[in-house]
Design a protein around this ligand. Structure first.
Ligand code: PHE
Length: 335
């Protein structure tokens, strides 16, 4: 009997060990310790043993029973803590903490500011609600000049309007500072255009102005070459095409050689090798006169264009309406 019990003890330990669920453990308990269990059967046999063997066999059985009970209890505890850790599944993906990001227009604006700061340009701000004087008149737009129609203004009455461009900041800066000066400004502008792929009633412009003695188109080209080369992280060339603005003379439309193909022609530059970006020119002497600068002594250049357009070119965005929409799927793509 001793041998048999030893064998049984091994079986019980193996069965308990192998149980992977509470159900399997319970099945093992029933198999060995249940009413018709293997160990229970030994207890039943105890009565039919010779009297002198009974105490030893009884003690053996009791020890085995205690051992089995302890094994079962220990295993049950193990399974329990296992199912607890199922509730906290360590293999689940971690929680995402969403962090804020800069808007693409902010990223471009900051880059532009850094580049111009390194070229000794001041960063100036101006009001979005402007007077007719600063938005038009001081910039050499006479009262009924047709060029005013190019800028579909939001008029506020009493001669005030939402500025249609950032050029009034040129005038405000020159009123306050004597030449020589170098400044840029970046800010919101408004035109009552219907929204489409390339128009929104509110947009941003960057404006630059440099005034000194003997400033010429070469200086403008040089500064713009540095600016676009740094912004697009590749050496670009600058091209001027004749244009017209009341406050610059001569006026040009600025293009830079395509930052994708380098000028050989691709789908981004529509096979022309050039990307047109915006207006510029030499400050019209009439503007200097309205500010009180000596236009015989000082010359200067100015330039201005859309920050949205710059961002669309740099990031390959095809619809300007994405910028004010604040769709996180769009905004999340910019570092
Ligand atoms: N202010 C002009 C516009 O918005 C752009 C420009 C700025 C042109 C400076 C020349 C010089 O259309």
């Amino acid at each position: 009997m001793e041998k048999e019990l030893e064998k049984l003890a091994g079986e019980i330990a193996a069965a308990v060990n192998a149980a992977k669920t509470r159900e399997e453990l319970e099945a093992a308990r029933v198999k060995y310790l249940g009413k018709k269990g293997a160990l229970t059967a030994f207890f039943d046999k105890l009565g039919s043993l010779p009297k002198e063997e009974k105490p030893k066999a009884g003690a053996l059985l009791n020890t085995l029973r205690k051992k089995a009970d302890a094994l079962l209890a220990e295993k049950a505890e193990g399974l329990e803590s296992c199912s607890e850790s199922n509730a906290l599944d360590a293999t689940l993906p971690g929680r995402n903490f969403s962090t804020g990001r800069y808007h693409p227009l902010t990223i471009i604006s900051n880059e532009a500011k850094e580049i111009f700061k390194s070229l000794n340009f001041q960063i100036i701000e101006g009001p979005e609600i402007e007077s007719d004087y600063y938005n038009f008149e001081a910039l050499n737009f006479p009262p009924h000049h047709p060029a005013r129609d190019m800028q579909n203004s939001f008029h506020l009455g009493n001669g005030m309007l939402l500025r249609t461009h950032t050029s009034p900041v040129q005038v405000r800066t020159m009123e306050k500072q004597k030449p020589p000066l170098r400044m840029i400004t970046i800010g919101k502008c408004y035109r009552s255009d219907a929204s489409d792929q390339t128009h929104t009633p509110m947009f941003h412009q960057i404006e630059g102005l440099m005034v000194d003695e003997n400033i010429n188109f070469g200086d403008l080209k040089g500064i713009l070459k540095v600016f676009f080369s740094r912004l697009f992280e590749r050496e670009v060339n600058i091209r001027f095409n004749p244009s017209y603005f009341p406050f610059t003379e001569p006026s040009v439309e600025v293009s830079f050689s395509c930052h994708v193909c380098g000028g050989s022609g691709c789908s981004v530059c529509k096979k022309t090798g050039w990307i047109e970006i915006g207006g510029a020119g030499m400050v019209d002497p009439n503007v200097f006169k309205s500010i009180g600068y000596d236009s015989e002594r000082w010359t200067g250049f100015a330039f201005g264009w859309g920050i949205e357009r710059l961002a669309m070119i740099k990031y390959g965005i095809n619809d300007i309406r994405l910028f004010p929409e604040n769709d996180l799927r769009f905004l999340g793509q910019f570092e």
